[in-house]
Every structure is written in C-alpha cells, then in structure tokens.
Design a protein around this ligand. Structure first.
Ligand SMILES: *Cc1c(COP(=O)(O)O)cnc(C)c1O
Length: 455
C-alpha cells in the first residue's frame, strides 16, 4: 500500500469517448497538443508531476526569498553536500541548465562524452556545445525480454577501448545515467559504476553522474546486487555519488519537486568557471533560477526520496502495472523499473509497420479507450523519412512508455489503466496505423500532425 494518506485532492478530468474522439481529431492525433483538462490519467512523464508532502509545503512556507545569501540556499547546500559529498553546489532551474553550464565549460569543439546512454536533452546539450555524445550501453540492454537486473550498465570493454583508442585525447568526460532513462529506466549496478570510475581515474577523465533517479537506482541495487542486500538505499546513493567527480541533477525526478536542479562539483577551478555562466544565465549563485521556497522543497524532497517505505511502494506499483500489462497479453520491457513501464507495441501490433508507428497507434488507442496519455518511444521519436514519407530509418524497438508520477496516482488508478490495456489488447486488430501529414525537422514527435490510415 501507499505509505501516506491524502490531505489535498484534485478532481480527475472525466470525459466521454465522443469528447476524446473530437479532441484527438482537433490536435491531429498528437497527444502532446491535448489540453491537460482532456486527460483522465496522465502518464506522459514522471518529471515535475509528483505530489509534494506536507513537510515540503511547510518547508516552502519557511523559504527565504532574499536575492543573495538566502537561508534557504544554506539549508539546501547542506543537505545536498551531505548526500553527495561534493563541496560545490550550484542550483539551477532544471537538469538541462546544469547540462548546458557544465558542457559549455568542459567541452570544446570535437570534445567527446561517453555514457551508458545519454538522455535526449543531455545529448542535445553536448551537441550544442560542439561535442559528440557516444552511447556505450551493455549488450544485455538489447534483449527486451530477459530479466537481467542491471541492463542500465555501461559496456566496460567498449569504455576501456574508447579510453585507450585513437580519439582518447578528445574524451572530455564520462557520464553515468542513473537510472538509465534512455535505456528503459534500467538500473546501473554499483559494481559497474565502481569499475567505470576506476577506468576514468586510470585515464584521468572526469566522471559525472546524471543522477535524476539516484534513489530509484539505489533501491534496485539493494534488491538485486548481492553485496548490497541489507544496505539502505541512502547509503548506496551516498556511495554512488562518492565514486564520481560531480553530478548533474534534475530535481524534478528524485527531488520530488515541480521544478529545480543542481550541479555538484569537486573541482574548485571548474566551479569558478561554471559559476560565471550560472550568474549570467540562471541567477545569483545562492538561488540559480529558483525561488528560495523551491530550494527548501528540494532539500526536504531529497530527505524523503530514499525512504525505503516510499521506494518499496513505488517499486510495487510499477510491478503491479507490469503484471496488469502482461495479463492483458502485452509484452513489456523486462524487468520493470520504477519510473515507467514500457509496452512492446511492435509485438502487440504486428499488422502495423514501423513507419506506420505502432507505438503511437497504441498511445492514441489508450487515450480513446480510457483517457490515458502516454508517450511513444519508437519510430516517430527516433526514425526519419524522406520527403515522400518513405522510411529512411526506423527505431530498433517500437515502445510505448507509461510513466509513473511520484505519489500522484493510487493503485486503483493503475487498475483503471490495466482495464484499458486489457480492452485495447483484445481489440488490437482494429487499431489503425498512422501517417505523418506534417513533420518538423527537430524533435518531430512534439510538433508533428498525423492521420489514421484505413485498416
Ligand atoms: C529529465 C532528465 C534530464 C533533464 O532534466 P530536466 O529537469 O528535464 O531539464 C536529464 N537527464 C535525465 C536522465 C533525465 O531523466
């Protein structure tokens, strides 16, 4: 059960099927363009969509809105230092601001970043800084069905080869993403992280954590890595941060706040250079693009997020939804992580070719059937077409992500999702493919317009 009770409630928007059909036509079958009022259960993302605790609201009321030297900053700094061991903490308005500041400082033209998998904004900021982002996921990540516990790991052999290879002098940093969001929310083992850290030290390349889901990663380590059974998630998280030279953090995930983030650093000279950019583009270093109350809410959220009762119930909710999907006959990316369930839409809808977007087709159907919003991670997101709409590249897998906001939906909401999944799977032959009618050159899934094809 959820280890909390509900003190403030927000009504769910209830719609009829006819209203949803009209809404979907109006937005040209792009779920990003719906109004939130038209959605009953919003599983688009777990970013900034969590519910604050009473203690977080109270901390926010105690926030100090001084421009410089705010009390809130010193509380925030102390909490983050204690968790991470990094002496220098720069607050930013969200994770991608930390990325931009770090990469514009450390990456010159041609600079290379290596990662288990770069998150999409991380890759975009590396490329905007003139760098090149190289993903080195472990080979187990390719098998969606195996229940290997640490599919988020980096491929250590390929990391070693890169660090010794002809481009070694251009490698500016290694980034370990915990959990591996681009790789299906799969965790990284402490063994893998420690070995990656040792390689980085040996080759004098700095190691950074993209720590958006550090607590969820720590929970899965305590469950599945024999050496860490009986260790608390908080201790695992502290050890992970200690292995690195710094971190990029989106507090919208495991900070359980609506906005915020930070950059944690050990190197004082690097900190000085980052601070210059921080002041110029985010704000004075004691608020960095946030209100004082935000800093207090993050500090409190970071104290709550490693609570084993909270993490257990979050893991159980994800496993419950995974069971409902499997019982409906829908394969998922195994094993389920904590922040999302990924449905294998390609396997469920074999009559829809990749360039007819099976993941998107399933997303539209879940909305029509039950007012659920989800997001395609397949050929609409990753693929490309030529000007005639003929496929040039498709994605390796056609997935649909059901993200789980923190502390927001109850198990009975997930049961509703399960019922919708069951009805949808039963009538899968009647789900049409889609055709792009308008596309945009960058991030096309946000802006594109589509239409259903005749069955
Ligand atoms: C969300 C996320 C980011 C970017 O953070 P924002 O707060 O959305 O800017 C970076 N890396 C990972 C792994 C993320 O999940």
């Amino acid at each position: 059960m959820e280890p909390y009770r509900i003190k403030a409630v927000e009504p769910l928007p209830m719609t009829t099927r006819a209203q949803r059909e009209t809404a979907l036509q109006r937005v040209h079958y792009n779920l990003f363009a719906l109004r939130a009022d038209e959605i009953t259960i919003d599983l688009l993302t777990d970013s900034g969509t969590g519910a604050l605790s009473a203690a977080q609201w109270a901390a926010g009321m105690a926030g100090d809105e001084s421009y410089a030297g705010s009390r809130s900053f010193y509380r925030f700094q102390e909490v983050v230092r204690e968790l991470t061991s990094y002496p220098h903490i720069l607050p930013v308005h969200q994770g991608r601001a930390a990325e931009r500041i770090l990469f514009s400082t450390l990456l010159g033209p041609g600079g290379i970043t290596l990662s288990n998998t770069h998150f999409d904004t991380t890759r975009a900021n590396v490329e905007l800084s003139g760098g090149q982002a190289v993903d080195l996921p472990c080979s187990q990540a390719q098998d969606l069905d195996s229940d290997e516990p640490f599919k988020g790991n980096i491929d250590l052999q390929r990391l070693k080869d890169a660090l010794c290879g002809p481009d070694a002098s251009r490698i500016a940093m290694v980034i370990m993403t915990l959990t591996n969001n681009g790789g299906g929310g799969q965790p990284v083992s402490m063994d893998n992280l420690a070995r990656a850290a040792a390689l980085c030290r040996e080759h004098e390349v700095p190691l950074f954590l993209d720590a958006a889901r550090f607590a969820e990663n720590a929970w899965l380590v305590t469950r599945h890595e024999p050496a860490y059974q009986g260790v608390s998630p908080r201790e695992v998280a502290e050890e992970a941060f200690r292995l690195a030279d710094g971190c990029l953090m989106s507090a919208k995930k495991d900070g359980i706040v609506h906005i915020g983030g930070f950059l944690g650093l050990r190197d004082p000279a690097l900190t000085e250079r980052c601070r210059l950019l921080l002041v110029a583009t985010e704000g004075f270093p004691t608020y960095g693009g946030l209100a004082g109350r935000d800093l207090d809410m993050i500090a409190q959220g970071l104290a709550e997020v490693t609570d084993p009762h909270y993490l257990r119930s979050r893991a159980e909710a994800a496993r419950h939804l995974a069971c409902l999907a499997r019982n409906a006959g829908i394969s998922i990316l195994e094993p389920p992580g904590l922040h999302a369930i990924y449905l294998n839409a390609g396997r469920l809808l074999p009559h829809i070719a990749p360039h007819r977007f099976p993941g998107h087709a399933l997303a539209c159907q879940l909305y029509l059937e039950g007012g659920i919003r989800s997001v395609e991670l397949g050929s609409l997101y990753l693929g490309k077409e030529d000007e005639n709409g003929d496929p040039v590249t498709t994605a390796p897998f056609e997935l649909l992500r059901l993200a789980l906001p923190r502390r927001t939906y109850t198990l009975s909401h997930l049961n509703h999702v399960g019922e919708v999944l069951a009805r949808t799977a039963k009538n899968r032959d009647k789900i049409p493919g889609y055709r792009l009618v308008r596309s945009s050159p960058v991030l096309r899934h946000f802006h594109s317009e589509l239409e259903p094809l005749p069955l």
